[in-house]
Write a protein that binds this ligand. Structure first.
Ligand SMILES: [Zn+2]
Length: 269
């Protein structure tokens, strides 16, 4: 693994948190999605993500090797093919509404964008609060469902990078439990920045690797589920990533092990 360099700070020094073999052993016996991930990953060398490592300089936890986009695309096709889409529908609508209601006091009610919108629950919640709401999602099946559930909002089957290239910008960009999945965090953060209006806000959530409720033995944390999750953040690394993209970064308190970041896009000119 001599070629490793941290995807946040670029430095080469790292420690191994969990070896690939140890992850696989643990996941095989887990009573959740990790069991299925182990079965898929074990049979496909192109999904071997190496060890789970931590950068000695900035503390970012990540897989040592990100599988190619093709390998990840075929992985998601098989993985999601086996899951019920609507299983958590009600709780997701509720959670999205709660988050956006809290944000309403902080941002102008204007244009709202959900990155990785899944079935469109957050888009619908924002629309009910008066935003003109758009959702983007890479899964075409989810986009079709979202369009049929919530026809008054706009849903597009695109990546954040592709959408940013159109030049459209939004008052509130919402990105919940997505960044831990993306292969290139710098390209992704750059796209989020380009999609946020100057003075607008980005609200982002992701699992919090240093929350007091995360098990000391990292492999035992259910969020350690590569290759679905590829990066595990804590607040300092998120601050660094989004400060570098022109945001003033703040965090909301979270009782559960998740980071809730609220960042305002500054005028860099
Ligand atoms: Zn680093």
């Amino acid at each position: 693994m001599s070629e490793f360099s941290c995807r946040l700070c670029g430095k080469r020094g790292y420690t191994v948190l969990v070896s690939f073999e140890a992850w696989l052993d643990n996941a095989k016996n887990a009573e959740d999605q990790r069991k299925q991930l182990a079965a898929i990953t074990n049979n496909r060398p192109e999904l071997n993500f190496g060890d789970i490592v931590q950068c000695e300089t900035c503390g970012l936890r990540s897989v040592a090797r990100v599988p190619t986009s093709d390998a990840l695309a075929s992985f998601y096709k098989d993985y999601y093919g086996t899951q019920g889409y609507d299983s958590k529908k009600k709780s997701k609508i509720k959670r999205a509404s709660r988050y956006i209601r809290r944000l309403r006091k902080r941002v102008r009610i204007g244009e709202f964008l959900d990155i990785g919108c899944n079935l469109g629950f957050a888009v619908e919640a924002a629309s009910r609060m008066g935003f003109s709401a758009t959702g983007i999602e890479v899964d075409p099946v989810a986009v079709e469902s979202a369009r049929s559930y919530f026809p008054r909002s706009e849903f597009l089957c695109l990546t954040a990078e592709e959408f940013a290239a159109t030049g459209r910008t939004f008052d509130l960009v919402y990105c919940s439990e997505v960044i831990e999945h993306v292969p290139d965090i710098n390209v992704f953060a750059g796209a989020l920045s380009n999609l946020t209006k100057i003075g607008g806000c980005l609200f982002l959530t992701t699992p919090d690797a240093t929350h007091f409720r995360v098990p000391r033995d990292f492999v035992r944390w259910p969020e350690v589920k590569p290759p679905e999750h590829l990066t595990w953040f804590a607040k300092p690394q998120l601050s660094r990533l989004f400060r570098d993209q022109g945001f003033a970064v703040k965090f909301q308190f979270a009782a559960k092990p998740g980071v809730r970041m609220l960042a305002q896009r500054l005028d860099r000119s």
